[in-house]
Design a protein around this ligand. Structure first.
Ligand code: IPM
Ligand code: MG
Length: 366
């Protein structure tokens, strides 16, 4: 493979500046292997509302459809917060993108290098070797997309709002398969998180995951945990987990908790994989940092670009099958950060560098 064709949607806030770093790192890493990047940029989110009157213009969707993967920055910000909820960037661009491309499998690594344990709000003695877990979140079902989803006025004048939580067995099976294959490449343990003491959905979830693992992956050690307990256990002893498997809403909440115990949102990457393969025979996917647009520091050369760079590495791994190149970028980030070159969010008393300098440090360590 000598050309990697992907769409770039930098979005809002810190998105464009961290994306610029990620593209530089990608270019330098690929160059060394004789690989060319062929990426086209398009607007999504607030910037697209401003320029085109729509958070996800048709043109952007078309470009994504013609690509083998999407490298995504982040979208949203105070400027668009007063729009009706349905028109805000997150709901009008990110969720439709996930649904349109059936990006059902959200992979969020919870990785904290041992050298950075002091960046975590957890006591260092609880995590002497850092943290290394993965959250597999179902991304196109459950409360986010179930119908009906509406606010309605009742005959008695009261108002009610309804969101519907719905899962099919087949949707649970396909995300269980992702958790199993992730666990196979790691510690071979899956903890499925649900609320089976209360929710019908969770009863089906638990039964389906249990049957799936028994039939397809008896070598995987499967456990189940209620979501409230999982939230508590993550804060108490995160490394008791290897792979966490959960539904959309629970995964949204737990993955933010995982992010904060791993020291900084600025370090956490993610992949959202679809159901179809691209022309290279790998999964089409969308790759985005977990941290959001951070409007308070946008444009100030303060943002940590590592999550965006690590998301680009995930793209190489999952959508282009370039594991060695992905490893190289991940190692470069690790070497740069652990050699003491750090942005403000992960430094604790050391010398801070800016976004661009962090990018240069990563490139030096490639
Ligand atoms: C995430 C985000 C999104 C979500 C928002 C921006 C819609 O919080 O990717 O976790 O809730 O899925
Ligand atoms: Mg979230």
């Amino acid at each position: 493979m000598d050309t990697l064709k992907f769409a770039v949607l930098p979005g809002d806030g810190i998105g464009p500046e961290v994306m610029a770093v990620a593209l530089n790192v990608l270019r330098r890493a690929a160059e060394a292997e004789g690989i060319t990047l062929e990426h086209s940029e398009a607007d999504a989110g607030g910037i697209a509302i401003d320029r085109h009157g729509a958070a996800l213009p048709d043109e952007t969707l078309r470009l994504c459809g013609e690509s083998e993967a999407i490298l995504f920055g982040s979208i949203g910000g105070p400027k668009w917060e007063n729009l009706p909820p349905k028109d805000q960037p997150e709901r009008a661009a990110l969720l439709p993108l996930r649904k349109h491309f059936s990006l059902f499998a959200n992979i969020r690594p919870g990785l904290l290098y041992p050298e950075l344990v002091n960046a975590s709000p957890l006591k260092a003695e609880r995590i002497p070797d850092g943290i290394d877990i993965v959250c597999i979140r179902e991304l196109t079902g459950g409360l986010y997309f179930g119908q009906p989803k509406e606010t309605r006025e009742l005959p008695d004048g009261d108002i009610e709002a309804v969101d519907t939580m719905v899962y099919r067995k087949s949707e649970i099976e396909r995300i269980a398969a992702v958790a199993v294959s992730t666990a196979r490449a790691r510690g071979k343990r899956v903890c499925s998180v649900d609320k089976a003491n209360v929710l019908e959905n969770s009863v089906l979830w638990r039964r389906t995951v249990t049957e799936y693992v028994a039939a397809n992956a008896p070598e995987i050690e499967l456990s189940h945990m209620y979501v409230d307990n999982a939230a508590m256990q993550l804060a108490r002893d995160p490394n008791q987990f290897d792979v966490i498997l959960t539904e959309n809403m629970f995964g949204d909440i737990l993955s933010d908790e995982m992010a904060v115990i791993c020291g900084s949102l600025g370090m956490l990457s993610s992949a959202s994989l679809g159901t179809v393969n691209n022309r290279h025979g790998h999964r089409f996917g969308l790759y985005e940092p977990a941290g959001g647009t951070a409007p308070d520091i946008a444009g100030k050369n303060l943002a940590n670009p590592c999550a965006q760079v690590l998301s680009a590495a995930m793209m190489l791994r999952f959508s282009f099958g370039l594991d060695a190149l992905a490893d190289r970028i991940e190692s470069a980030v690790r070497r740069a950060v652990t050699s003491g070159v750090r942005t403000a969010d992960i430094s604790f008393g050391g010398k801070n560098v800016g976004t661009a300098e962090m990018g240069e440090a990563i490139i030096r360590n490639l």
